[in-house]
Design a protein around this ligand. Structure first.
Ligand code: F6P
Length: 344
């Protein structure tokens, strides 16, 4: 298919690997004589027609950089009357024959809506949370797991020295992938995730038992979206973003307080927060993002619109956006079962 000009944007929470993906899209497109327009700040940039031409120079040196040179936002153009029309009008005015949207469930959900309204669009999955369906991994996840694992390693030595319980709160809004991977890699004594609601009494009992068998420190990993029976979901604020997402955070402190109260062991809490999203991407994420970016351009060239690039085994394939949207990929319970062997 002959395409001469495309647009790209990055939407939703940033993550390590976005710049390698942008670079791969631009390099592959230019090698096919396709010019690339970068849209700034996610869907917001298409509403406001805030754009930048991307050439070889613009993507030079960005491979190891975290974040996104295009900027991002959590803007839902379908939220406010008239904005979706503005997006379509601007795509036409900018003469963008096809479009690549790099994002998570929210951004790709919007991409799918535009596809159904006639825009030639392809999606690229990204999120540190690794909770997008139809792909084995998203880029950003591996880097976040490495950061969280290093944090757990560091917490181990201070926990051991002070004979304390260390609670570490890890990101993961709907799914506990980072918590589970980093918890296994870092040797956590308990891992709490949204997929497996628990009673605080049971967690405390487990830690007490561990101390009874002679251990005088513990590491408790808590995903920010973990569910405690007898507690409401713990939120940072009551406000929601334009996709209806709540802002999580604070569960670590609730867990820490209750652990100290019930076990009597001194407890400290660390909230890793956005440290998990910042900084240079791991080699794995750079390679995955590069493969995704190249494949996205190939899908456009093949006329395979309405698809998302995905990792299946070791192959990069195209999957229908329709199958991806609205269905969160939860933690594999076979993996969580392995983690549980090491609890307590
Ligand atoms: O979706 C990625 C993520 O980092 C979640 O793990 C977290 O809940 C959320 O984004 C935080 O959002 P914000 O950057 O808007 O605070």
């Amino acid at each position: 298919m002959s395409i001469k000009r495309i647009g790209i944007l990055t939407g939703g929470g940033d993550c390590p690997g976005l710049n390698p993906a942008i670079r791969a899209i631009v390099r592959k497109a230019l090698s096919e004589n396709i010019s690339v327009v970068g849209v700034k700040n996610g869907w917001k940039g298409l509403i406001e027609r805030n754009i930048v031409d991307l050439d070889l120079k613009s993507v030079s040196g960005i491979l190891p950089k975290g974040g996104t040179i295009l900027g991002t936002s959590r803007t839902n153009p379908y939220k406010k009357e008239g904005n979706a029309e503005k997006v379509k009008k601007n795509i036409r005015a900018l003469k963008l024959e096809a479009f690549i949207a790099v994002g998570g469930d929210d951004t790709l959900g919007v991409a799918f809506k535009f596809y159904k309204e006639g825009i030639k669009i392809v999606g690229v999955p990204k999120t540190i949370d690794n909770d997008l369906s139809c792909t084995d991994f998203t880029f950003g996840f591996d880097t976040a797991v490495n950061i969280a694992t290093e944090a757990i390693d560091r917490l181990h030595t201070t926990a051991e020295s002070h004979h304390r319980i260390m609670v570490v709160e890890i990101m993961g809004r709907h799914a506990g992938w980072i918590a589970t991977y980093a918890g296994i890699a870092g040797g956590a004594d308990v891992i709490l995730i949204p997929e497996v609601p628990v009673k605080m009494n049971d967690v405390c009992r487990m830690i007490k038992k561990r101390h009874e068998r002679g251990k005088n420190f513990s590491i408790v990993v808590v995903a920010e979206g973990a569910k405690l029976e007898d507690y409401d979901l713990i939120l940072k604020t009551k406000e929601k973003d334009s996709f209806g997402n709540v802002l999580l955070g604070g569960i670590g402190h609730v867990v820490g307080k209750e652990l100290e109260r019930q076990t009597g062991f001194e407890t400290r809490v660390t909230v890793l927060g956005h440290i998990q999203r910042g900084g240079t991407p791991s080699a794995f994420d750079r390679v995955l993002a590069t493969r995704f970016g190249v494949k996205a351009v190939e899908l456009l060239l093949n006329g395979e619109f309405g698809k998302m690039v995905a990792l299946k085994g070791n192959e990069i394939v195209g999957v229908p956006l329709e199958d991806v949207i609205g269905e969160i990929k939860s933690v594999d319970m076979k993996l969580y079962k392995i983690a549980k062997i090491f609890f307590g």
